[in-house]
Design a protein around this ligand. Structure first.
Ligand SMILES: C[S@@+](CC[C@H](N)C(=O)[O-])C[C@H]1O[C@@H](n2cnc3c(N)ncnc32)[C@H](O)[C@@H]1O
Length: 274
């Protein structure tokens, strides 16, 4: 019945034979909330199963209850709410949305499967690091670009050369759409830091600590002399091992931020070799 669930309750665990009866009576979905409470769903076209169930299983109480109303449209709308990040950015999670903050730099996202909506601390902290830089870096590499949010933000802050890469082909498609939605352009490379050529003044890598640790030498190799590496996505407890690995590569920690759950670390490469 639309908007209603048939709720079954029993002192003892409800026997499997009840599930067989429900199936015979045309149940379309069965939610075993606990061993002694089930919620069963029927289409409007199915005959009311209550009388038959009470006859077959008198030990089990059953009756119709209203389903709690869920405002799906409202939930969807609120998931599309613009988000202000730091002092300068406004994330618009759909290209057509108007920004409530016209004075902020709008980052338009295309709904898709790629990570990077700005809501996660690891992304937001990278955006904050970027906006706080005294001047826009001349070149940026975004390793594990996901939606392309960091690459788009770098372009919008005036960085003239931006490259983004990801091992996930779907993320690259979304990152391409993000560039178009924002009217910016950046290079897209399939793969990781090892597949990208050249050196960069700023490299972002918002990826899990274990991946970050594994590709740290490739990330360091992409840094121009004196370049910055922002490593994010480092779960609390893993930062010490990443710090040790980075130190052994000659990277100098210049800043660390955390929300208690995630760490974002900023290193500087030495200005010259040796
Ligand atoms: C947490 S998301 C970050 C997305 C976006 N840069 C942001 O800051 O919101 C991590 C991304 O890294 C990609 N990734 C995972 N391992 C990778 C690797 N070894 N090299 C490059 N990208 C990788 C994933 O496919 C995913 O899109």
């Amino acid at each position: 019945m639309t908007g209603q669930a048939l709720v079954l309750r029993s002192q003892d665990p409800i026997p499997d034979a009840v599930a067989d009866s429900l199936r015979a009576l045309g149940v379309t979905a069965l939610w075993e909330v606990s061993p002694t409470q089930w919620r069963a769903y029927f289409t409007d076209a199915a005959p009311d199963p209550v009388v038959a169930l009470r006859e077959r299983h008198p030990e089990v109480e059953c009756g119709w209850e209203e389903e709690p109303a869920v405002d799906w449209a409202g939930r969807y709308q609120s998931s599309l709410r613009p988000l202000a990040i730091g002092r300068r950015f406004a994330i618009l999670p759909s290209p057509a949305l108007d920004s409530p903050w016209p004075e902020r730099i709008a980052l338009r996202l295309v709904p898709g499967m790629a990570f990077g909506t700005g809501e996660h601390y690891t992304t937001a902290s990278c955006l904050r690091l970027l906006e706080e830089m005294p001047s826009s870096p001349a070149s940026v590499l975004d390793v594990g670009c996901g939606s392309g949010i960091l690459a788009a933000a770098s372009c919008k802050l005036g960085c003239p050369r931006v490259t983004a890469c990801d091992v996930d082909a779907d993320a690259l498609l979304v990152a391409g759409e993000t560039a178009a939605a924002n009217g910016v352009s950046y290079g897209l490379v399939a793969g990781s830091a090892a597949q990208v050529e050249g050196e960069f003044d700023l490299v972002f890598a918002n990826i899990l600590a274990e991946t970050l640790a594994a590709i740290l030498p490739d990330l360091a190799a992409r840094l121009a002399p004196g370049g910055l590496l922002a490593g994010s996505g480092i779960a609390a407890g893993r930062q010490e091992e990443v710090l040790a690995d980075a130190s052994s590569l000659g990277l100098v920690l210049i800043e660390s931020r955390t929300d208690g759950e995630w760490w974002t670390l900023l290193w500087r490469a030495r200005s010259s070799m040796g």
